[in-house]
Design a protein around this ligand. Structure first.
Ligand code: FEO
Length: 166
């Protein structure tokens, strides 16, 4: 069965959240760039690109299952952070929130006996495990580094040496 109106609407709402995450990570990248932390800025720019890709997966799925796509309003992202630790904590909280939303969508699809949507969402269930784990690890590294933020820059280079910044 393909999505009914309630599922379709929930998918479009969530598409908006992925685009919100895209803009939030972009704003974080800009703040980090301004702080003179180019590797962290690049890391968040790459995360932003991933969130855009996530939003587009929902966009494509809704179209492929009959549409219509309704793009919700996107709130302006938070642009100021008291510290790098506050920024990464906010990113982790965002990933945990997205995980909870994905779980809710899976339950909604199950309630509506919508196997196509449930199967589509499985990729996101797995992806969120990785995204939460990545952000958790980064937060731990930031806490260990304390004021020595160049150690965090080194960690990102070692973790993802071959991936160019956006
Ligand atoms: Fe698309 Fe990081 O959640």
């Amino acid at each position: 069965m393909t999505p009914d109106d309630a599922v379709r609407s929930a998918l479009c709402t969530h598409m908006g959240r992925e685009f919100t995450a895209h803009f939030q990570y972009l704003a974080m990248s800009a703040w980090l760039e301004d702080e003179g932390l180019p590797e962290m800025a690049g890391f968040f720019a790459r995360q932003a690109a991933e969130e855009h890709m996530h939003g587009m997966k929902f966009f494509r799925f809704v179209i492929d299952t009959g549409g219509p796509v309704r793009i919700p309003a996107i709130d302006a992202p938070r642009a100021e952070f008291e510290s790098v630790e506050v920024l990464v904590s906010a990113a982790l909280a965002q990933e945990e929130q997205v995980t909870a939303w994905i779980d809710e969508l899976v339950h909604l699809a199950r309630d509506h006996r919508d196997l196509a949507t449930e199967t589509f969402l499985q990729w996101f269930v797995t992806e969120q495990v990785e995204e939460v784990s990545t952000m958790n690890e980064l937060l731990q590294v930031v806490r260990h580094a304390g004021p020595s933020l160049l150690l965090v820059e080194d960690y990102i280079v070692r973790r993802q040496p071959a991936t160019p910044a956006a």
